[in-house]
Design a protein around this ligand. Structure first.
Ligand code: ADP
Length: 490
């Protein structure tokens, strides 16, 4: 796997190198072409100027020679060029004989030979050619018209000086280039380090978290994206910590809740065997305890199983239209034994013949869990108020279940829908439960997109409510679109 640090650094350096090479190449090409065209212009301009002077100064007098000689010497000096007037046979007319060394004479002889080789290349009376670094301009001029054959006016310029300047410039550019590349290396290194270091630190912290340390804090970073990642990880860590806490609590709760009925069952079974076996009255009492404790165990196991079933998506919602009124009466029947045997009072206020469209089995579980909670947590008067009312204007049916218990503190209200959550104070009472009843309710109602919620006041009791869509009864069996209701407190 490639390292982000190294990749960033390498790419940045390659980019810097590429830019410098391109800029260098472009500069070199531009300088070379402009030097070449500048030189051609230069020899041509000097040639034309000298040629004009010679035309004005025609004649075979010593004076004319001296003027031409002086002019040519000055032009040659000022423009850093070699200038001469040669006869077509190669004799030097200007500069005058006395000013020339042997090597200069040889030089002009070579130039003359070069011109002779290119006689056919003349463009009218002009010729411009380059040999290596030297540009030569030749013009046929009638200076010193002693013969009818015109002379060659020759202007030569060597690029050697310009080339050495170019080489020097290139050398400087190379040094600057190396310096810039080194700088780019350093900038790239520090930049890639600034990006990858916080990521490395996040990885180290994430590894700690993976080993079970949920107190870690993911450090924030300079760059927005990494800071967002760090925030998301901190959030995930906090959530995992919460769930982990809930799970540990559940394990403690479940093991405690399993242990108590099991101990009771064992104790009462032993009592029946050893003491009350022959006493029908006592035996029945003891058997009743065993039955109740077994029910409690079964309920506990059911809750855990239901939660895991509902959490997995295998459990699809199968909606159909059904009579919610009758359905609720059916559920209330299950609680009749509590009325008969334990004196619970169920106050019912149920509108007749209300139809809804939902998954009947799952809604049964919702209603059962909510009513069970009201039974479990209601006050000493053992009263539970159940109502099912049609809200005409909004075309919905509101189910509410109210108890007279201790209620739920405001700060606990949002958490009761979380898995394994049990309000601490209430849990201190020997109330059965796993903290899974309400999460099951929440999962089912969210899958239906039904609104639901809870209101409570400490000391006065709690109200749990669910809104069902109302559908016409004449379409039983047909699936109805579910009306989305304004969200409630949940
Ligand atoms: P449990 O099995 O513990 O009842 P639930 O998920 O049904 O689990 O409820 C979660 C917690 O919400 C309960 O432990 C209790 O603290 C609180 N709770 C639920 N219903 C009521 C109620 N009607 N009155 C007071 N507290 C309630």
């Amino acid at each position: 796997m490639r390292s982000l640090n190294l990749t960033l650094w390498k790419n940045f350096c390659f980019l810097a190198l590429f830019i410098i090479l391109i800029v260098g190449l472009i500069c070199y090409i531009i300088v070379r072409t402009s030097i070449s065209s500048f030189t051609q212009d230069k020899v041509r301009t000097v040639g034309v100027s000298v040629s004009k002077m010679l035309e004005q100064n025609r004649g075979n007098t010593l004076q004319a020679y001296l003027i031409a000689d002086e002019y040519i010497e000055r032009e040659a000096f000022e423009n850093n060029v070699n200038i001469a007037v040669l006869t077509t046979d190669g004799d030097i007319v200007v500069p005058v004989e006395q000013r020339l060394s042997d090597s200069e004479r040889e030089f002009w002889q070579d130039v003359h030979n070069g011109i002779i080789d290119r006689v056919s290349d003349f463009d009218g009376n002009r010729l411009l050619y380059a040999t290596g670094n030297i540009y030569t301009y030749v013009e046929l001029t009638p200076f010193a018209a002693t013969t009818s054959v015109p002379n060659y006016l020759v202007v030569r310029y060597s690029l050697d000086v310009a080339n050495s300047t170019l080489v020097n410039t290139q050398r400087y550019m190379l040094i600057i280039g190396i310096f810039v590349i080194l700088l780019a290396f350093l900038i790239a290194y520090s930049l890639s380090k600034r990006i990858s270091d916080p990521l490395k630190s996040l990885t180290v912290t994430a590894n700690k978290m993976a080993k079970g340390d949920y107190d870690v804090q993911f450090a924030s970073a300079e760059y927005e994206e990494i800071a967002q990642l760090s925030d998301a990880l901190n959030y995930a860590c906090a959530e995992i910590k919460k769930t982990d806490g809930f799970q540990k609590e559940l394990l403690a709760n479940v093991s405690h809740d399993l242990k108590t009925p099991l101990t009771m069952i064992k104790a009462y079974a032993s009592m029946i065997k050893e003491i009350s076996g022959d006493n029908p009255e006592k035996r029945d009492k003891h058997l009743q305890v065993i039955i109740e404790e077994s029910d409690r165990l079964a309920e506990l196991v059911n809750d855990v199983l239901n939660m895991s079933k509902i959490s997995s998506d295998i459990n699809q919602i199968n909606k159909k239209v059904f009579n919610l009124t009758e359905f609720l009466y059916g559920i209330m029947q299950k609680f009749e034994y509590l009325h008969d045997m334990q004196g619970y009072v169920f106050d019912l206020d149920i509108d007749p013949d209300l139809y809804t469209c939902a998954d009947e089995g799952k809604i049964g579980q919702v209603l059962y869990n909510l009513i069970s909670n009201a039974v479990n947590y209601t006050g000493e008067d053992k009263k539970v108020f159940v109502s099912l009312k049609y809200v005409k204007d909004e075309n919905r049916i509101r189910f509410t279940v109210r108890d007279t218990g201790k209620g739920i503190a405001k700060e606990d209200l949002p958490s009761i829908w979380n898995r394994y959550y049990r309000v601490k104070e209430i849990h201190a009472r020997p109330v059965k439960g796993t903290g899974l009843g309400l999460p099951i309710v929440k999962t089912i109602l969210e899958k239906h997109s039904f609104d639901f919620g809870a209101d409570s006041e400490v000391g006065k009791g709690s109200v749990f409510w669910v809104d069902f869509p109302e559908v016409p009864p004449e379409l039983p069996g047909q699936e109805q679109p579910v009306k989305q209701l304004p969200s409630g407190e949940n």
